[in-house]
Design a protein around this ligand. Structure first.
Ligand code: NDP
Length: 329
């Protein structure tokens, strides 16, 4: 028996979280059982913890947690043996398959990534899906020609999970980072992570008035979408790329094609869920070398399973700073 946060639907159709003891036999199918050390809280987890499951959860009872790290307890796969440290993000685990808000998880071996050297299981979840996605975004910008010295790189939603990790990685790689935040009190935190410029959210979060503005940003990691992304596209330097990661500010993109046609701006879509294994291995290896662990530690807020219903509601309101790490031990 082990401890799990289980979402159960009431007669009114709304789901609530219960902390329960469950049995390994109750876990969904898979060829590897993992003893989970840590999970975390991402925006999507906030949705899965909400009474209607954010449109992501299909069936109850459900164990959320879109990512986790731990050690293999038992394995029917030749790729993993008991004791191997592993990390999992994506593949709709925690949405349609039971996830990491439990002391054990059973999953497909194909979904697991061996923990890279230089990272422990706690650090892996301090990174989590948000940090992994930030790394994918930085890699996409580099693949499209971004190099240090070309000008400031903008990070939107900077004090959130994706934004915090993107800021720390870019600064460590030698980029000049401009961090957009709606929370002025986050300025010192963002400077500690390596941002050299703080941009107030309201300065940039308004409807596009002119399709092209002064060429300002060499690149952008965007966690916000909506009007902010639309505005940023018109502020990119010639040939610059924006990695579109999130929709914290909205899913619409109210803009024109002018920045693409007249400035050769690139809009790069970033998906962390279905990334092929090779790209996952590359991103985790880069995280181990390019994300300073002391900066990662500054982002961490420790939590327990019991704290998650409240924290889940908070992340949906943009109220979480950095990375929540859930200790399952
Ligand atoms: P967080 O809530 O931790 O961060 C989002 C940040 O965006 C907030 O901290 C806030 O930063 C800013 N923000 C929130 N609301 C608004 C608003 N209305 N307008 C402008 N800015 C706002 O979430 P995550 O970092 O975990 O995720 C960020 C986004 O990326 C989410 O939309 C998430 O779904 C998406 N995502 C996508 C992935 C993919 O595979 N493509 C993977 C992981 C996440 P501040 O207070 O500093 O302004």
């Amino acid at each position: 028996m082990f401890k799990a946060l289980v979402m159960e639907q009431g007669e009114d159709g709304l789901a609530t979280a219960q902390i329960k003891q469950i049995d390994t036999d109750a876990l969904p199918e898979g060829d590897v059982v993992v003893n989970v050390d840590y999970s975390t809280l991402n925006y999507k987890d906030g949705l899965c913890l909400s009474p209607k499951g954010g449109g992501l959860v299909r069936k109850y009872p459900h164990v959320p947690g879109i990512d986790f790290s731990g050690t293999v307890a038992s394995s029917d796969s030749p790729d993993f043996k008991p004791g191997d440290p592993v990390v999992l993000t994506g593949w709709r685990v925690g949405e349609v398959h039971w996830g990491g808000y439990a002391q054990q998880a059973r999953v497909k071996s194909d979904w697991l990534v061996p923990l890279p050297k230089g990272l422990n299981t706690r650090q892996a979840m301090a990174v989590g899906t948000a940090g992994f996605t930030a790394m994918l975004a930085v890699m996409a910008l580099e693949d499209h020609g971004l190099k240090p010295g070309q000008g400031p790189v903008l990070v939107t939603g900077a004090s959130g999970g994706v934004g915090s990790v993107a800021t720390a990685i870019l600064a460590h790689l030698g980029y000049e980072v401009a961090a957009v935040t709606g929370r002025p009190e986050s300025a010192d935190y963002l400077r500690d992570l390596g941002a050299t410029q703080i941009v107030a959210r309201e300065e940039i979060n308004e409807a596009v008035k002119r399709p092209l503005e002064t060429e300002t940003w060499a690149g952008c990691v965007d966690a916000v979408g909506g009007e902010m992304l639309a505005r940023v596209l018109g502020q990119m330097k010639y040939g610059g790329s924006v990695a579109a990661v999130g929709l914290a500010g909205g899913a619409a993109l109210p803009t024109s094609v002018i920045p693409f046609l007249l400035r050769g701006v690139n809009l790069l879509g970033i998906d962390s869920v279905m990334q092929p294994k090779e790209a996952r291995l590359r991103a985790w290896a880069r995280i181990a070398t390019d994300l300073p662990m002391e900066k990662l530690e500054e982002m961490v807020h420790p939590a327990r399973l019991e704290d998650l219903p409240e924290l889940g509601a908070l992340i949906l309101k943009g109220g979480i700073k950095g990375r929540v790490v859930v200790d399952l031990n």
